[in-house]
Design a protein around this ligand. Structure first.
Ligand code: AHR
Length: 490
């Protein structure tokens, strides 16, 4: 198949917020415990309890923002249970996720220490479903107040004299479901009440994020925008790719046929249409686009790996997931004018994770490598790009997905060949980049290929050197199921 990609580098557009490359970590399965945090006394190398190997890998990815503590867990989380001396912390049952005992050894200070080590900004999701306005308001005060109120003094006593300066603040999670099974007008009223008490301390005005819709439920967005849009900085939505389209039979992460591969990508691509539908509703109430859209949970969701706790949502991650990630991130870039943040679910050991761990072992998934290839897009300016490629009959998608940006004079084009079988001969022309040198990196493999703990580098990024410069542009062959990043610089 022959395809072409045309990029116009002469007129840089909006900035692609680095926060579109954000992550999500929940007290779920082995995401926090074992994946990110092992405790100071663990034989696994750590700094203040955070796994050194995992933190180093995440630092390389330049993770910009991390959402915590949930997810459904957020609406059962009481922050005071997770501060102060470890021996006094409350033990609770994590009723959402596997019924395991949560000992609260990872709490507010540990989360902020993790963010400090990774170098990312925290995004805290507050409890509306089973909390109170006062509880939430005091959490904000505890985090951000520089005064000497009793609540701020508690923070000093726990070893942090300076405020934490937290900015991103979610008010409830999936309030239409696990966060309280609310109707949109009920939530809109509650949101207005809660956000009133999201106080500003010093310069730390909170960026208030209202709980938005599930998938394509535009009626939730309609009510929320109408009743409470003026009180929000952004609304969040969630979208998961279910390979088969059936929640009751999601299929396995590593075992799938061609038809399921095709439906996975087709379902993944729906995120673009769904965003557009919500944005159209938001536009009616907010024509000046003051309110941003956030997708603070996205990714593939399969049946758990055989033999693992069904409540832990542990799944492997193949080149199929890499294709979902590349397709999704290209779609996010194209929506950079309205999308202000996105958070893949989840960071480690849960759903479409970028890192998997097993005891003291760690591996990087194909999805990690896609985030690595897309790194240059963070805080770069979007460039107009057009893809001319055949449509794949089974999924209705173009065989090639691409986006382009420019930062500090360097133009980056990310292009994925979504076909599981057919290579693509691509002609890439970039107007305004004449005379620049080009370099490339590529991730390619069988759709079923994955990294395991014995062969952690079975799928990894390689230099992409087979680039032929012609008068019409750059000629390259994208193997089936591959994603490349090409950079043009002086
Ligand atoms: O990411 C797993 C769960 O999916 C989250 O806890 C919840 O918000 C969503 O339903």
């Amino acid at each position: 198949m022959r395809a072409s990609i045309h990029v116009d580098a002469r007129h840089p557009g909006v900035t692609i917020s680095k926060n579109l490359y954000g992550h999500f970590s929940e007290h779920l399965g082995r995401c926090v415990y074992g994946g990110l945090f092992v405790g100071k006394d663990s034989p696994i190398p750590n700094v203040n309890g955070m796994r050194t190997d995992v933190v180093e890998a995440l630092k390389k990815l330049q993770v910009p923002v991390l959402r915590w503590p949930g997810g459904c867990f957020a609406d059962e989380y009481h922050w005071r249970d997770g501060i102060g001396p470890q021996e006094n912390r409350k033990r609770m049952v994590n009723t959402n996720w596997g019924g395991v005992v949560e000992d609260n050894s990872f709490g507010t200070h540990e989360f902020l220490e993790l963010c400090r080590q990774i170098g990312c900004e925290p995004y805290i999701n507050a409890n509306v479903g089973s909390g109170t306005v006062r509880e939430m308001a005091e959490w904000v005060e505890y985090l951000n107040s520089a005064g000497d109120s009793t609540v701020a003094q508690e923070r000093w006593a726990n070893g942090h004299r300076e405020p934490f300066h937290v900015r991103f603040w979610g008010v409830g999670n999936e309030s239409w479901g696990c966060g309280g099974n609310m109707k949109p007008d009920f939530y809109a009223n509650l949101y207005k009440q809660y956000q009133t008490f999201c106080r500003t301390y010093g310069e730390d005005r909170l960026y208030r994020i209202a709980c938005g819709p599930s998938g394509d439920d535009t009626s939730w967005t309609e009510t929320l925008m109408k009743e409470a849009g003026q009180f929000a900085d952004a609304i969040s939505m969630h979208y998961y790719t279910i390979a088969t389209g059936e929640w009751s039979n999601k299929g396995q992460a590593t075992v799938f046929d061609q038809a399921v591969y095709d439906s996975t990508l087709k379902n993944a691509a729906r995120i673009g249409e769904i965003m557009d539908a919500h944005l159209a509703v938001m536009d009616r109430y907010d024509p000046k686009h003051r309110v941003g859209l956030i997708i603070d949970e996205w990714g593939t969701w399969y049946d758990v790996e055989p033999g693992t706790n069904p409540g832990f949502l542990y799944q492997q991650n193949t080149m199929r997931d890499a294709m979902v990630a590349a397709l999704t991130l290209n779609i996010f870039n194209a929506h950079a004018d309205r999308l202000v943040m996105a958070n893949i679910a989840q960071m480690v050991n849960v759903l479409q994770a970028v890192v998997l761990t097993d005891g003291d072992r760690m591996l990087l998934t194909p999805t990690y490598h896609v985030f690595d290839l897309f790194r240059p897009h963070m805080d770069a300016q979007l460039l107009d790009s057009a893809v001319f490629a055949d449509t794949m009959a089974a999924s209705g998608l173009k065989q090639i997905s691409a986006s382009a940006s420019v930062k500090d004079g360097a133009v980056t084009v990310t292009a994925a060949n979504l076909s599981a079988e057919a290579p693509a001969e691509v002609l890439l022309s970039v107007e305004g980049c004449e005379g620049k040198a080009v370099s490339g990196r590529i991730l390619a493999g069988d759709p079923h290929a994955f990294n395991d703990f014995d062969t952690p580098d079975a799928v990894c990024v390689a230099d992409f050197t087979d680039l032929r410069q012609t008068e019409r542009g750059l000629c390259l062959t994208l193997p089936p199921c591959s994603v490349a990043a090409l950079t043009f610089r002086d």
